[in-house]
Write a protein of this length. Structure first.
Length: 264
């Protein structure tokens, strides 16, 4: 099989259209499918305000809806385009909202929002593989959706530390169970890189107190060391784009719309 793995699209349909998609048997995506410009601006503004000891800014329902729909509509455009070329397997990054998260947001802003997963499942050739194992022509592919690992909370020390750590423990336990169920894989598709590899924060838009820290996942690293999947495709820390070997495993941080083609 000829497989192309593509890094976080972030709504960049123009870049996606430039990729070599002809004669590809399978397309893999590492999450963060749609544009998050509005959501990122809102989130980082409040990170800055908390750092300064200020209260968080409350954004209006219309602002929050615009941020959601920016990501939603740009995601749909990209997946419709990719689905024309080959079957697509995708996970969710930290841009996408789950069904329950979307329902909660809808209630908070007082308007119904479309469910992304429902919409993607209606697109020909597209399948969401959050925490799912898929076997194609004997190739075992595991999709691990984005989660907040406990090591991130410990190292980045958000202001709501206790709450974030409690949530991170639940998410990390779920991820560990998922990876245990996957057992041996040929390919792991995940959002964040393994801790200490291709994961150093240097982006100018990131808060100053994040700079130079490793934002990868200890849980993912431990799985790679234990089970040695042949390939790991990830994104999330865009400035960490590159390739590294962890034991017998080849890890690729594909950044934004960068790609790697393999034949397996």
């Amino acid at each position: 099989m000829k497989i192309i793995a593509i890094g976080d699209p972030h709504g960049s349909l123009d870049k996606i259209k430039q990729l070599p998609l002809e004669n590809i048997d399978l397309i893999l995506l590492t999450g963060d499918l749609g544009s998050a410009n509005l959501a990122r601006k809102m989130a980082f503004e409040n990170v800055k305000r908390r750092k300064q000891g200020l209260s968080e800014k409350n954004y209006s329902p219309s602002q929050r809806k615009r941020a959601y729909m920016e990501a939603y509509t740009s995601t749909i455009r990209i997946l419709r385009h990719l689905g024309k070329y080959a079957p697509v397997l995708t996970i969710y990054g930290n841009v996408e909202l789950s069904r329950s998260e979307t329902r909660k947001l809808s209630k908070e802003i007082g308007t119904d929002l479309p469910y992304l997963t429902d919409s993607l499942n209606k697109i020909n050739n597209v399948k969401v593989i959050n925490n799912k194992l898929v076997t194609i022509n004997g190739i075992r592919i595991g999709g691990l959706e984005y989660f907040v690992d406990t090591n991130w909370v410990r190292d980045f020390k958000p202001s709501d530390y206790q709450k974030r750590m409690k949530d991170a423990k639940k998410q990390s336990d779920k991820a560990k169970k998922t990876l245990s169920r996957f057992n041996q894989l040929d390919i792991l598709v995940c959002h964040q890189p393994p801790l200490g590899y291709l994961d150093k924060v240097t982006a100018k838009f990131a808060p100053k107190h994040w700079q130079g820290k490793h934002a990868g996942s200890k849980t993912v690293l431990e799985y790679i060391k234990r089970k040695s999947p042949k390939y790991i495709f990830c994104g999330h820390i865009h400035e960490g784009q590159g390739k590294v070997e962890v034991g017998k495993s080849k890890v690729y941080n594909l950044g934004v719309c960068n790609y790697r083609t393999i034949t397996i």
